[in-house]
Design a protein around this ligand. Structure first.
Ligand SMILES: Nc1ncnc2c1ncn2[C@@H]1O[C@H](COP(=O)(O)OS(=O)(=O)O)[C@@H](OP(=O)(O)O)[C@H]1O
Length: 566
């Protein structure tokens, strides 16, 4: 039910804001009209603060016409308590959990429900029954909406004394749906439904029984039932032209739910059992494998990318951020791909993922990009469906950041070892650069070098197992990207890091079928894994800029676009 979609945390913070006045509240009657989805792109309060709220959006509730409550009232009366009985739903319909409903004692009878990201629209068995079809049909007629566009439909019975605090609905679905209420049993004046742009500016709205009312559920609203009977509303959401994947649930079907996802448990249970039998894996790199892998480049914001993606409600973090499975944790003693895969999938929460196929996972190992020669064939064999994400940054800045990481003396011995802290100890940046220029020259690495030559002449000298090497080589992006692009084509997404905003990360990930369908601005947007250090000297900056110039030109050609750092 839309009016109680907020998180428990939000609800705790919200205090009921009803006055104790004995005067009956002045009721405003919803004018005829309908809510434009253009007025639902963001919470109304936010639109108002930004000055983008259209005057026509007020008063946030409109009458779509009268359908009459009699058919639904008659059906509910016939069913009596069975309409709301959870056991009856579990047996004859489908039982669904709505944590806020349950906490407040709001009873519900669900006919259609979708997950928060509109990935699946579940038609409940009662939705297909003639008696329910007939009872809901007048409402759909008034709306002029076919059944196929309904993504949520339920009856909510609010007990006397129930108080739903001020909130607006949240989730991807909200901005893509029209929210309809029709009172079946109510008592204007005793049931107070308040709506407004902010908590302080809400007005009491009259919901007459049988009147089909559209609510902009991005506006603030609150309900209190001071009547001595249950208030019963039909609550329905429909899409205009958003594609929906309809799934018909059989009676007694069981759902696996998280706050933002819904999956069919019986199907998921089979996958979970298979995953458990294989030690957390599903054959063929299926649902429990990573949907995305950030493969590099080191020091290019890969940690931020991983963290932002993990904030998406449909992403579950891996057990370890940098698995390093495809470079130095590869298990040569395991002879089959299935065995390697089973080992790899232990880095992820396989059984949880199998139970919730809507949820995806991923990892971030920034050294994969560099070690393309060993990593590509392994990755293609074990995780062929993963979307690969490459972050790039001005290679001059990347090199300096890399150097600063290795000379940073903070952290545990193990952390220092994995950063490669001994690599350039005692050397200035200039000396470390000079040493690697010599190493590259000895390996005959030039702008004309091919990836194959690079992998034969240079990469074998790079120790896997720590990050303290290839300070300049890791910035030869085109050399590393070419084999990845040749092997993975569209499966790879390259993002240059330059003045990007964190929410753009989500757009990158959203290109995969498996990853979440919509950009989801991560709540925490600060950069991860940052370090403060003195600016680079001008002479070495110029030297490195000149060194990278021909390699950058190759990268721009490869990507078909100008580089943001040039
Ligand atoms: N959002 C955002 N905007 C700008 N810069 C950012 C952002 N997120 C991470 N960073 C910078 O990226 C550097 C860390 O990169 P990685 O996380 O890939 O490093 S690592 O390879 O995992 O060690 C590190 O660079 P330095 O601070 O120069 O070392 C971070 O500051």
């Amino acid at each position: 039910m839309g009016e109680i979609e907020d998180t428990p945390q939000q609800q705790q913070q919200q205090q009921p804001q009803h006055s104790v006045s004995k005067e009956p509240p002045a009721l405003s009657t919803p004018p005829p009209g309908q809510v434009s989805l253009a007025d639902k792109t963001a919470p109304v309060e936010e639109q108002s603060a930004r000055g983008t709220l259209r005057a026509a959006a007020a008063p946030y509730v409109f009458s779509r016409g009268a359908a009459g409550a009699a058919p639904l009232a008659a059906l509910l009366s016939k069913l009596g308590d069975a309409a709301w009985d959870e056991a009856a739903h579990a047996r004859d319909n489908v039982r669904i959990t709505r944590p806020a409903h349950d906490r407040w004692g709001v009873r519900k009878a669900v006919l259609v429900y979708c997950d928060d990201f509109l990935k699946g629209v579940y038609g409940f068995p009662w939705w297909r029954e003639e008696r329910w079809r007939a009872a809901v049909a007048p409402v759909l007629r008034v709306l002029g909406v076919p059944r196929e566009r309904v993504v949520r439909c339920l009856l909510a019975s609010m007990p006397p004394g129930c108080d739903i605090p001020v909130h607006h609905d949240t989730g991807y679905w909200v901005k893509h749906t029209h929210r309809i209420h029709m009172a079946v049993h109510t008592c204007p004046g005793k049931v107070r439904f308040r709506v407004g742009p902010t908590a302080d500016a809400m007005r009491d709205v009259a919901f007459a029984e049988g009147e089909v009312i559209e609510l902009n559920n991005q506006a603030k609203h609150a309900v209190r039932n001071d009547w001595d009977r249950h208030r019963v509303h039909l609550i329905l959401d429909y899409v205009e032209d958003h594609p929906v994947r309809a799934l018909q649930l059989p009676p007694g079907a069981r759902l696996a739910q998280t706050r933002r996802s819904i999956d069919l448990l019986s199907a998921a249970e089979g996958a979970a059992a298979a995953a458990a039998a294989q030690g957390g894996a599903t054959a063929g790199g299926g649902a429990t494998g990573p949907a995305f892998i950030v493969i590099g480049a080191q020091k290019c914001g890969t940690t931020s990318m991983y963290e932002y993606l993990n904030q998406h409600p449909l992403v579950l973090r891996s057990r370890r951020r940098e698995t390093h499975f495809f470079d130095w944790r590869w298990q040569p003693q395991l002879k089959t791909e299935a065995e390697q895969q089973a080992f790899y999938l232990k880095f992820f929460h396989g059984e949880t993922l199998a139970l919730h196929p809507s949820i995806v996972t991923g990892e971030s190992t920034p050294s994969y990009l560099l070690h393309f020669d060993v990593v590509i064939p392994r990755l293609q064999a074990v995780a062929p469906h993963a979307k690969l994400i490459v972050m790039l940054r001005d290679p001059v800045k990347r090199a300096y950041s890399h150097y600063q990481m290795t000379v940073d003396d903070s952290g545990t011995a193990a952390q220092k070892a994995s950063r490669g802290c001994s690599a350039w100890a005692g050397k200035t940046f200039e000396q470390a650069v000079a040493a690697e220029l010599q190493q590259l020259s000895a390996a005959s690495v030039t702008p004309a070098t091919t990836p194959e030559e690079f992998s034969c002449a240079f990469l074998p000298s790079c120790p896997m197992g720590h990050g303290g090497h290839s300070m300049l080589a890791r910035g030869l992006y085109a050399l590393q990207l070419r084999p990845w692009l040749a092997a993975c084509g569209d499966g790879i997404k390259v993002r240059a890091m330059f003045n990007w905003r964190p929410h753009q990360y989500q757009k990158v990930a959203a290109t995969s079928d498996q990853t979440p369908p919509s950009p989801f601005p991560p709540p925490a947007q600060e950069a991860a894994n940052t370090r403060s250090y003195a600016p680079m000297g001008e002479a070495i900056r110029q030297q490195l800029t000149d060194f990278y110039a021909p390699y950058n030109a190759q990268l721009a050609e490869l990507l078909g676009r100008a580089l943001p750092w040039q």
